[in-house]
Design a protein around this ligand. Structure first.
Ligand code: IPM
Ligand code: MG
Length: 357
């Protein structure tokens, strides 16, 4: 029996609703394989806990997680707790401490769905964004001065290290090679930001020289967002700094049908630490508790976990099942034009998985 320990942080809002469906899929995967066991342990680390005891996770939370093979996250955030607390005390420390320096975000139009971009076919919307996940614009360096005076000021430093840029850019190039993508597009803004971005460009070119078979395209972020709409088919692998990657992937999600469908893997490629898999979407307090959230992003993130743990054939089976259900078109949540509940869509995907197996 191959055993993997999985920490499950369902979180807030729709997090627990979509996670419940994800875990059903994981259970079905165990049944199909027969020799695979995911030892799950649930943690109630969320905003409710914060409001009760003043912490999102225990002081030794990261030490606890360190022992797991992978982490599944639902969503974090509540209107009762400022995001800079809930996120900065849970998601960001996990990404950093565990050197999950790649945030891998597939932008793929699933069969059975239409893109809001008219005339775009499935083959034209199938690329990957590799987002830097530990430094860049999301640095906690800086501070405030002259607080509560007319001279008050806030400084937030962007941090771009050679080590940090190089490793994520190299990952993007080798992924492009694996995918046969032909081209790496790097998001930049070296025309307006004159220290960090020219440095980023330099590292992109340097790393790119090691991959003579791949084209390198440095594209300013403002142009790149328009290309996501006007010619997404020209994207193979896109690599971006933390904030640029964040913004690009919400747009990426929108062009393939919405946030309810888009997964992400916070990956430590060396596997020195656990990686974390989560939907791109947040806790969606506006629809929480109604049982109508789309569980596909969560289920697809579990498919990415299976890929990462070395079971790509099972990861593919999960994704194929999602696509098959969408192609039948009978069971859909409201965000993709149906009336089904979270649980009905989850159950349909599990049924399909058992059929396709
Ligand atoms: C994401 C989210 C987070 C991010 C927030 C919650 C800090 O938007 O995973 O894309 O910006 O990384
Ligand atoms: Mg985001």
């Amino acid at each position: 029996m191959n055993r993997y320990s999985v920490a499950v942080i369902a979180g807030d809002g729709i997090g627990p609703e979509v996670m419940a469906e994800g875990l059903k899929v994981l259970q079905a995967v165990e049944r199909i394989h027969g020799g695979l066991l995911f030892e799950r342990r649930a943690f109630d680390w969320n905003c409710r806990r914060y409001l009760q005891c003043g912490r999102m996770m225990p002081e030794n939370g990261l030490e606890i997680l360190r022992e797991f093979d992978a982490i599944l996250l639902g969503a974090i955030g509540s209107p009762m707790v400022p995001d800079h607390i809930s996120v900065w005390e849970l998601i960001l420390p996990i990404r950093r401490q565990f050197q999950q320096y790649v945030n891998l975000r597939p932008i793929k139009l699933l069969r059975g769905l239409e893109s809001p971009l008219r005339y775009k076919q499935h083959a034209e919307l199938d690329f990957v964004v590799v987002r830097e996940n530990t430094e860049g614009e999301y640095s906690n360096m800086g501070g405030r001065l002259h607080v509560n005076t007319p001279y008050e000021l806030a400084v937030q430093n962007n941090v771009f290290t050679r080590f940090g840029c190089e490793r994520v850019i190299r990952y993007a190039f080798s992924l492009a090679e694996q995918r046969g993508a032909g081209c790496v597009t790097a998001a930049t803004k070296s025309n307006g930001i004159n220290h960090s971005m020219p440095f980023w460009d330099e590292v992109v070119r340097e790393v790119g020289r090691g991959y003579p078979g791949l084209q390198v395209q440095l594209t300013h972020i403002d142009a790149l967002v328009s290309y996501f709409i006007s010619r997404p088919e020209s994207m193979g692998v896109v690599v971006a700094s933390n904030l640029f990657g964040d913004i690009l992937t919400d747009l990426g999600a929108a062009i393939v049908g919405g946030l309810g469908l888009s997964p992400s893997g916070n990956i430590n490629p060396e596997k020195t630490f656990p990686s974390m898999f989560e939907p791109i979407h947040g806790s969606a307090p506006d629809i929480a508790g109604q049982g109508i959230a789309n569980p596909i992003a969560q289920i697809w993130s579990i498919s990415m976990m299976l890929d990462h743990l070395g079971y790509p054939e099972l990861g593919k089976l999960v994704l194929d099942s999602i696509e098959a259900v969408l192609q039948e078109g009978l069971i859909r949540t409201p965000d993709i034009g149906g009336t089904a509940t979270t649980a009905e869509l989850g159950a349909a995907i599990v049924d399909k998985l058992m059929q396709l197996e």
